[in-house]
Design a protein around this ligand. Sequence first.
Ligand SMILES: [Zn+2]
Length: 722
Amino acid sequence: MRLLTTAVLSFALLFPASSSKPAASAPAPSDQSIFGFRDAATESSVEAHFLGVPDPKRAEEHLQILTKAPHMAGTIEDKATADYVAQQFRDAGLDTEIVEYKAWINYPAEISLDLTAPAGVEMHGPTREHVDGDPYQDDPRVVMPFSGMSPSGDVEADVVYANYGTPEDFEKLDKLNISVRGKIVLVRYGQNFRGVKVFVAQEHGAAGVILYSDPADDGWRRGDKYPEGPWRPDTGVQRGSVGYMFEFPGDPTTPGIASVPSLPDSQRISPEKSAQVPKIPVTPISYHDAWPILQHLGGPDTPREWQGSLPFTYHVGPGPARIKMHLKQDYQFRTLWDVIGHVKGREAPEEWVIAGNHRDAWVYGAVDPNSGTAAMLEAVRGVGELLKSGWKPKRTIVFASWDGEEEGLMGSTEWVEQHESDLRNSPAYFNMDVAVSGPKFGASAVPSLKQFLRDLTKVVPSPKGGTVYEAWQKSAQPNAPATQSPTEAIGDSRRAPAAQVKSDVPVGDLGSGSDYTAFLQHAGVPSTDVSSSGPYGVYHSAFDDFAWFKKFGDPDFVYEQEMARVFGLEAVRMADADILPYDYEEYGKEVAAYLDAAHRRAVDKFGEHALDFGAVTAAARRFESAGARILAKEKNPPADVARLNAALLAAERSLLVPQGLPRRPWFRHAIYAPGEYTGYAAVVIPGVNEALDQGDSERTRQQLAVLAAALDRAAKTLEGYR
Ligand SMILES: [Zn+2]
């Protein structure tokens, strides 16, 4: 009863009568059912208590402390942030440890680019990142712009401009009879993962790659540049890893095994042999520094859509602009510090509900990732308050602060590889990378958790009035004003458009580009990813700092509060559910939609009857109807739900293919993987779709059989419960 009173009070605070919305639109927690719970009233009161805790002021304090110095993975400043997070976890009552791994990571030692032709053109870059009036930019610990995982190298060659460096862009160069062999390729950021640009350039024989940010993509063409506006200033550079994470993420020397400090060198592969490490040198520059290079390219005009926003006509080259590139990387095995906090479950301690965010940043990382860390710490404080009230979760909750995400999802991948057997019983991994760059809520998830996300946003208030769900619905409408997400704007989208099988707010598919990758795609743990986004042009630059965030990101920290509530509630609700709240019917429908699309592509490529989709379509239908039947039982559960939960838990793992994807054995999920040629964006039913991309009908046939078997296994798992 005490809890119930608290609940009513908290909800009165959460949805004040002064809100522009009529009071009636606020959810009435105690008389609504919650999917997965027999006793919604008790759960509602727990949730209301939790939701009352996250505080904007405290989130601001966390962010200020976390971002007071640059804290790249492996530095002493990174360790200091680990200690801060660990202390916050302990203060909340979590059983906390700092876990170390050793990973092969480069810092830049010497980076120089010079224009050696045409004679007399000045470019002694790269220039320092600088604007008028940013209080953080001059700290000597700001690392010079560089590309993670680039080898060292000295190259002098003519330059060819290759637009975004997609496979199609390189095909267009072939058609123009322009070869990149032996050349330095200049590509702009956007549309795909930077590692893919390098991978494709390497396949085409390029000698080196220069990445730059065009003002068209996240600079002044989009709006005022920092410090007047949120977009990239002339000298701002996007750092980032160019590692081939679509081969495997984590420490490049230990695919599939945990890179613990005691691991003998004999168990590591040499970095030169690692499929994750590019073979050609790569480095990023600003549009200030790209200007003289682009301006001195001859050859044909570029295709119109390749033209960016610098004030002259872009040409393809090669030359006469010629670049001398000198990169000396300082590669070492460096220490990573993951902070792991446990709240032991009272009924099923072996079932870990995990919620994680990375902590390491290229520089200050106010948005990426520490807006997520600050929100996570407020979620942790909320769980701490529940613990003080005597509540204990049914399942174990694990909060994780990952290190080395920027270098290649390292802290999370190594931890997953170390805990693979523990994770067989894990009901969910909830990720949050960038929590806030603006006001627009968005989410991605496996289909079984899409409805779970929609449901829980219905009880979280939005700073805009009403609930997060209502705001999400409004912004998801096709004619809603577009506040494009930062990462969408620069093509680093973690959010592929999902197959719309449900007329509800769209939840995206999980590709790669953040720490859920190892959980879902290697260990088969159902995952979600949430964020709130807006205009954000300082991604991975020195200017992603507290001053930018306070001015443009979330000046009042109310979206930080919102994201702390959403993220924490995911963990609390999943950990306490009587019946695991998965929807396998939606899953089956989505897979069927992916198959329809693949079937159409197969007909286009190979003709009407070349490939038989009969068995795989039947398997998808079987999975869908098994999902529908078990969903009916979840909604009307028997007294003993242990067997029901066991079947639900096992179904996602049944979608793992033990031998992995062709040529990429680390990636084992039959439905989702990052694309070899798209990077962050998801490739759905990757075995089949990538075989189709290659035009390989025999491999497509094999992969259809592998997929059919996985879907049959998942269906059988669900059918096993009667
Ligand atoms: Zn991040």
